[in-house]
Design a protein around this ligand. Sequence first.
Ligand SMILES: Cc1ncc(COP(=O)(O)O)c(C=O)c1O
Length: 327
Amino acid sequence: MKIPEKLNLAFLPTPICKIENLSKKLNQNIFIKRDDLTGVEVSGNKIRKLEYSVFQAIKENAEVLITCGGIQSNHARATAMVAAKLGLKSHLVLRSNSVPAPKGNHLLDMLVDAKITYLNENEFQNNLEYEMKKIKKEYEKSGINSYIIPLGASNGIGNFGYYNCMDEIIEYEKINNIIFDTIVCTVGSGGTYSGLFLNNLINNHNRKIIGFNVSDNSDYFKMKIEEIIHESMNLMDVKKEFSKKDIEIIDGYVGRGYALNTSSELEFIKKIAKSEGIILDPVYTGKCFKGMYEEIKKDRFKDSKNILFIHTGGLFGLFPKADEFNF
Ligand SMILES: Cc1ncc(COP(=O)(O)O)c(C=O)c1O
């Protein structure tokens, strides 16, 4: 079984800590893996995937990293930062109906001089792949080699980022004599969930991997995750059967839609900040953590001894939402 090579860009392993107050309140042991601490500029989950994707890009002699996301994309920002660190250029295709004043992640994209193409909602939805290929072709015409990293680096190669993270979790368990029987993560493009799931499957760890989707619906992500896992298995030269039914994505916490918030979601972020000193982000971890909280209250995890929530970052996306909070 072979796992692709990678760069070392993230601060790993990330710490795991128990959130004491909420654990007491809910009578359930909840731990957090602090993947929001993988770095500062490159903080969050995307850097784990980029370690693999960008290794591949460099191997293919790319000078420009092309990728995409929402206007506040953490993944696009992490890619732009990695490009700057490695002396490469970045070209981001961002979803926005206008060219907004730079804030949060978008501001950081501008700071490192990422080239940005803005696509409106409709173009982003329907023509994204075509637009990225068109940009690649333009570079080619100027004799510049570029590399396309798909949305969230969620493909067969980026998947190894969270495959790796699962090894890190198991190692922590051995050292600290604990088992995390349930592992919870946010599902935005699928690659965090799929990496954890694949490692769990191949190595028979038998942990429950639970995702909460923050866009689309669980059926869409089950299909996407299945696809990513097969792509990775091909790269590893491994085949192991699994059923789509084993992919557990809990729907119902998307709220008003991707990157949109309800006041109760924002109140929940305030509540967790106040009681735990942990900052969740409004687009991903806030919704996922709220989902986990609600489901614990409904007794869905009553058989779980130790739940591990993966904090996948997203802090910079909080600041552009400042006006939506009620203080
Ligand atoms: C902060 C944060 N958390 C979670 C996710 C979701 O992870 P994935 O795209 O691997 O499903 C993303 C990106 O989509 C993110 O930026």
